[in-house]
Design a binder for this molecule. Structure first.
Ligand code: UDP
Length: 224
């Protein structure tokens, strides 16, 4: 499928449906064409404008999907209709597909209790899931190379990285040098939600595109 994109504040965003995003990713796994997928939001654009490294990562990503309502609205203001593709939902759907094809999956990020519970819950939801590697996200930079080596040795097809932006995208860039065939997605706080540590916004907030508002009300410390 040919890539169709449109620029939002200087960053290309892919124009595709949720189902097509899943299709493109599964196709890439089959063809052993690695990808870095970014689920973009306005906060990330703000960060990228201050960091050349992060900005270049966003510009070179293989797929950039609008995680929340902000980017969807920015596109709408330019006359472009694009559905929201929340990273957490995209990752969940990909896990379901990986279970079917018995593709190994790796998960990196979040606190130790959160990753443990996430793994346990995913194994009970997807009985045939093949988790080749998992690790909490609180490791020192001196351990990074060792972690990337162990991750690469486990040969996952899909790697979900939950370190928050821009840390997760920078970590992914380093991993890709050793694992050019894998699919990487930065999934932010998804493991906190999957583990039950953090509640996902109720459907009302999600449909209205106001998940950020719900999260700010529940975690006021997010206002920096
Ligand atoms: N995190 C981590 N290591 C770090 C910093 C953060 O594993 O050094 C995790 C944190 O525990 C949380 C996730 O990264 O699970 C970031 O979640 P947040 O909701 O802040 O990310 P966002 O969705 O806003 O990018």
């Amino acid at each position: 499928m040919e890539r169709k994109t449109h620029k939002v504040l200087g960053y290309e965003v892919d124009l595709l449906t949720f189902d097509d995003a899943v299709k493109v990713i599964l196709e890439s796994i089959k063809e052993k064409k690695g990808m870095q997928i970014v689920t973009i939001n306005p906060e990330m654009i703000e960060l990228a404008d201050k960091s050349k490294v992060f900005s270049s990562i966003l510009k070179n990503a293989d797929m950039v999907v609008p995680d929340g309502s902000g980017i969807k609205l920015a596109l709408k203001l330019q006359g472009i209709k694009q559905e929201q593709i929340p990273g957490i939902d995209l990752a969940h759907e990909l896990i379901a597909s990986c279970e079917i094809f018995n593709y190994p999956i790796a998960l990196i990020g979040a606190k130790e209790n959160v990753i443990q519970t996430t793994v346990r819950r995913l194994k009970s939801e997807f009985q045939g899931i093949n988790i080749s590697y998992y690790k909490n996200g609180y490791f020192s930079s001196s351990k990074e190379d060792e972690i990337i080596d162990s991750l690469a040795e486990s040969e996952p097809k899909l790697v979900l990285v939950a370190l928050g932006a821009p840390k997760q995208e920078i970590f992914i860039t380093k991993c890709r040098k050793k694992m050019p065939e894998a699919i990487f997605i930065g999934v932010g706080g998804s493991f906190d939600v999957w583990s039950g540590e953090v509640e996902r916004a109720p459907e009302f907030f999600r449909i209205m595109g106001c998940e950020w508002l719900y999260r700010t009300i529940k975690q006021p410390e997010r206002i920096k």
